[in-house]
Design a binder for this molecule. Structure first.
Ligand code: FES
Length: 356
């Protein structure tokens, strides 16, 4: 079953920083039932840019309680979609968007008094803002502490919205800004997060004994640092939630694999939902997930960074090269499971089963 894209109008664009815009969409009433979302979820956007169709995932920065659909898009170097959104897109244009998806959330419960902690870096704040706002409004007794890392004070994305929330929920929401290229008077808040800083945070600002859930969103180095630290402190993995932003694309490695296999074709079979999809691709040229979706497959994925395991499937036949794996356990690998977002086909025939 192909995922449906809906053509919607851009209702607002406002600049959050010099290189980040917040784009809002006008979801027509007849499509709203498909666009209910949970705090922390993302949407896929599709645009044709210079004749090429490009799909990118962006987290919603609004709360489901807002009945508003907005994403923050930070311009990244050589980012075709993000440059298009920052420099070309205008109010009144249309974009194709997919209904929200993703697992980066916990259910709210108005009767609970929970303490939440979030770590965000750069544009990783977008789903966090949605999560923080939703929990603070829905759970009148819960608290949130946000540790947010940016280059300097002018590059803090969604600062106005965060400060607005801080003023509204003064006794329940605290923000700690870390700057990597601007000096702050408190040494803790200078530079990136590291283990030492986490030790200090969990000694002086909060305690793992009283935190119910942790959210982190940003580059993989930060996510893995936070996860390792918390697990080392005995925190249950089920309380640690993360969304990966800006994984380093292993392009050099891909190029090397492609060079070795140049000219060879691989026949791919994707089994999913009782159906079978077949296509050919150049061996080593792309990962299985992206290539299958390019061929109109409807497959589950989220982080596309080898972390969340949403794209997990069983390799039934053939051989693939896995670029990154931060999610699969040894037993799963031994049982033949792969992360399709990180799997580069290297054999002439590859069969992958998503139902396996
Ligand atoms: S989509 Fe998350 S590991 Fe592949």
């Amino acid at each position: 079953m192909a995922k449906d894209f809906y053509t919607v109008r851009v209702s607002d664009i406002h600049r959050s920083t010099d290189d980040c815009v917040v784009v809002s969409f006008d979801i027509p009433a007849e499509h709203r039932e498909h666009f209910h979302f949970k705090q922390g979820q993302y949407i896929n956007l599709k645009a044709t840019i210079n004749g090429e169709e490009i799909i990118r995932s962006y987290s919603l920065c609004t709360s489901p309680l807002d009945q508003k659909w907005s994403v923050g898009i930070k311009k990244i170097t050589d980012g075709r979609f993000s440059s298009f959104a920052n420099d070309v897109l205008k109010v009144g244009d249309t974009l194709d968007i997919m209904p929200p998806d993703g697992k980066f959330y916990v259910e709210t419960d108005p009767n609970q008094k929970r303490n939440y902690v979030a770590f965000g870096a750069g544009s990783g704040i977008t789903p966090l803002l949605s999560i923080i706002k939703t929990h603070l409004i829905s759970e009148p007794k819960s608290t949130f502490k946000l540790f947010y890392i940016n280059k300097n004070s002018s590059s803090i994305i969604l600062k106005e919205e965060l400060e607005g929330l801080k003023n509204r929920f003064m006794d329940r929401f605290e923000i700690f800004y870390f700057l990597t290229r601007e000096h702050r008077s408190v040494e803790l808040f200078n530079g990136r997060l590291d283990e030492q800083k986490l030790e200090t945070i969990f000694k002086t600002i909060c305690s793992t004994e009283t935190v119910d859930h942790y959210f982190s969103c940003g580059p993989e180095a930060m996510i893995l640092l936070v996860e390792k630290f918390l697990i080392g402190k005995g925190v249950d993995k089920a309380k640690i939630h993360f969304e990966l932003f800006g994984t380093v694309e292993r392009t050099e490695e891909k190029k090397q694999i492609a060079a070795q296999l140049q000219g060879k074709q691989s026949n791919i079979t994707i089994l999913e939902g009782g159906k079978s999809l077949q296509f050919d691709m150049e061996t080593g040229s792309n990962n299985l997930l992206d290539q299958a979706m390019f061929n109109a497959a409807d497959l589950p994925y989220a982080c596309k960074g080898g972390v969340c395991c949403t794209c997990k499937a069983k390799l039934v036949e053939g051989d693939v090269k896995i670029l990154v794996n931060y999610g699969l356990e040894e037993e799963e690998i031994d049982a033949g499971y792969i992360l399709t977002c990180q799997a580069i086909p290297v054999s002439e025939k590859v069969v992958v089963d998503f139902d396996g």
